[in-house]
Design a protein around this ligand. Structure first.
Ligand SMILES: Cc1ncc(COP(=O)(O)O)c(C=O)c1O
Length: 412
């Protein structure tokens, strides 16, 4: 791009949001044919069987009853103390790792990903990530001039591909002294895949072996969908990130978007785990500086909601009940989809939880276009199709696999 008033580092082509585009088309189809006739598998928010966004009563009643002074006022730059303490408890549950743990309030999980990229990698360092990923990682790498390096996520048995991960890590560390490994597990977006606890042992063994003197490795655990990934045991793996060598740091991107249906409140946290107190404190200082530089502080109401719900036993119970209800709703929808996929011979990646199930597919764009003829709207990415169980009723989850399989067979 030629010289103009936009600084070179800030020149980007207009970001096309493919998901919002296909959602727009879907809305038009709903107007034309009626919502019963259309399958909207596009957006990544929880949607009820009537097509309306789910917003937990426990969360929004708390907001409605909040003193306006608590909504209007600024929060602390690093986040309010009660919020920061509770976020650590809520995130880890019974499985808090050993070590020095600090948290910093961020604008959603996105802010935590951003802070991790910024604080623990230099320009042109490698951020390594499976090839089924949330596209914002790549956008952030572009923005901050990091190299985004992907590797094949799963092997031929649909297990985490340790070999390809190791190759990517070795490549990064051969070229540079720092490597940053992104893991979006449990309940990966877009696949629903969860890395098993025994696989984490293998991954950590590899990382520890590579963390020789002079090398620095960051592990980013993006757990945006963790509350929809099981009944609590999915948090057990967190304990493995305690007592790691000092040149390995772990951060957890904590998000209130899905677990509190608070997408628009833009609240989350970056949780830092280090075996060295000084390093944990320095990481905290770095991120607090970033907060001041970027958004100053986060939505006060978002932080207050989490604190209010936790401090009031009755509210806490009703929040937990709602969360469980919708987690089970998702499980039922996913079961309806995967069972019917098996029946019609549609191959899906292993689903363990979360908002999406993925179907590997070479010509995903054409297939998603073809599906529009049957009034099904689905997101196509490089590796396949992303079916949004979060947005499609159980009944429609039952019929969707056959529609997808037929479209794939026709395009072949
Ligand atoms: C994998 C993944 N990580 C992180 C996020 C961050 O969400 P937020 O910034 O709304 O917390 C999302 C949101 O879609 C996501 O899909």
């Amino acid at each position: 791009m030629g010289k103009n008033i936009i600084a070179d580092h800030a020149k980007w082509p207009r970001l096309e949001d493919a998901i919002f585009k296909v959602n727009g088309e879907c809305k038009k189809a709903i107007e034309k044919f009626g919502k019963e006739k259309v399958i909207n598998s596009t957006l990544g928010t929880l949607i009820d069987d009537d097509g309306n966004i789910i917003a937990f009563d426990s969360v929004y009643d708390t907001l409605k009853n909040m003193d306006k002074k608590d909504i209007a006022s600024y929060g602390a730059i690093e986040g309010d103390k009660d919020y920061l303490d509770l976020v650590i408890e809520k995130c880890f549950g019974a499985y808090k790792p050993n070590g020095f743990i600090k948290s910093v309030a961020t604008v959603g999980g996105s802010g935590a990903v951003r802070h991790t990229f910024w604080s623990f990698s230099e320009a042109c360092d490698y951020v390594i990530c499976p090839n089924w990923y949330w596209p914002a990682y790549a956008t952030m790498c572009e923005e901050y001039n990091r190299e985004f390096l992907t590797y094949e996520f799963l092997d031929e048995n649909f297990e985490f591909n340790l070999e390809e991960f190791t190759k990517a890590l070795d490549f990064s560390l051969e070229k540079k002294d720092r490597a940053l490994c992104v893991f979006n597990s449990p309940a990966n977006n877009p696949t629903g895949f969860t890395i098993e606890d025994s696989m984490w042992d293998k991954i950590l063994k590899i990382i520890k072996e590579r963390a020789v003197e002079g090398k620095f490795i960051t592990i980013l655990l993006d757990v945006a969908y963790i509350e929809f990934a099981g009944d609590g045991r999915q948090k057990k793996f967190f304990q493995k990130f305690g007592d790691l060598p000092e040149n390995i740091i772990t951060t957890v991107a904590y998000s209130m978007s899905k677990s509190y249906t608070a997408y628009g409140l833009r609240s989350g946290a970056c949780i830092i785990i280090s075996s060295n107190e000084k390093i944990a404190n320095e990481a905290f200082d770095s991120m607090k500086h970033s907060n001041r530089a970027i958004w100053s502080n986060i939505t006060h109401a978002g932080m207050n909601i989490l604190v209010d719900l936790e401090r009031d036993e009755k509210k806490k119970k009703s929040y937990e009940k709602e969360l469980e209800f919708y987690r089970i709703m998702l499980e039922k929808r996913a079961k309806a989809f995967t069972e019917n996929a098996k029946k019609v011979g549609l191959v899906t990646l292993p689903y363990f939880g979360g908002f999406f199930i993925s179907i590997p597919c070479k010509n995903s764009k054409e297939v998603s276009e073809k599906l529009k003829e049957t009034n099904m709207y689905i997101v196509a990415n490089k590796e396949g199709l992303r079916f949004a169980v979060c947005a499609v009723s159980e009944e429609k989850c039952k019929i969707s696999p056959k529609l997808i399989k037929d479209a794939m067979d026709e395009i072949k």
